[in-house]
Design a protein around this ligand. Sequence first.
Ligand SMILES: CC(C)(COP(=O)(O)OP(=O)(O)OC[C@H]1O[C@@H](n2cnc3c(N)ncnc32)[C@H](O)[C@@H]1OP(=O)(O)O)[C@@H](O)C(=O)NCCC(=O)NCCS
Length: 170
Amino acid sequence: MKRIGKLDGPRVRIREIRHEEISEILEWIEDPSFRSEFLPFGRDADDTVMEKLKGIALEVDGTRFLAIEKTKIIGLVLYHKVSYFDYFDVGFYVVPNERNKGFGAEAMGLLVDYVFKTYRVDRIEAGTSSLNVASQKALEKAGFRKEAVRRKTLFRNEVWEDSILYSIIR
Ligand SMILES: CC(C)(COP(=O)(O)OP(=O)(O)OC[C@H]1O[C@@H](n2cnc3c(N)ncnc32)[C@H](O)[C@@H]1OP(=O)(O)O)[C@@H](O)C(=O)NCCC(=O)NCCS
């Protein structure tokens, strides 16, 4: 993975996480209101994803985490190259008191620009729960298009849930 430096949008920038910010980010991750009802994903998320997120420094298992910064850090974007294919998968999280102000969509737009400028890929994917309206709207504002309903991909609260596959093409 290449070093990103910082990328500025009108209201937020995305940049590498600084080591002194890791403890704050770990507090977010432990906080149910940050994780929201939609995180972590999947049945085995509690024992695996959370443990991996705690190793957040910059990269966990090939997934690269970056900070979203306003005047201070307000969230994370993440990306990784999908194994065996030539495209990237992305995600984003904003702290609860900064949600629904357009920052998630702006940060995602910056991430998309960065990935397309930096890597030889023409496709970026994002998947989200069919119930996660905020995520779907923010992805659409960032230029993603709904591609498919993936039936029964999440087992949450003892029921199977569909997820929505979004993508953006260069
Ligand atoms: C998903 C997330 C990153 C989006 O970031 P954000 O900064 O809130 O996104 P934006 O403000 O750019 O866009 C959210 C949009 O959803 C809308 N929205 C939020 N909740 C909604 C709801 N229940 N019904 C309808 N619209 C809703 C907002 O009004 C906004 O739309 P608008 O700009 O047209 O008003 C943020 O909500 C988050 O961190 N959620 C918890 C973690 C998560 O689910 N991450 C994504 C995993 S796939």
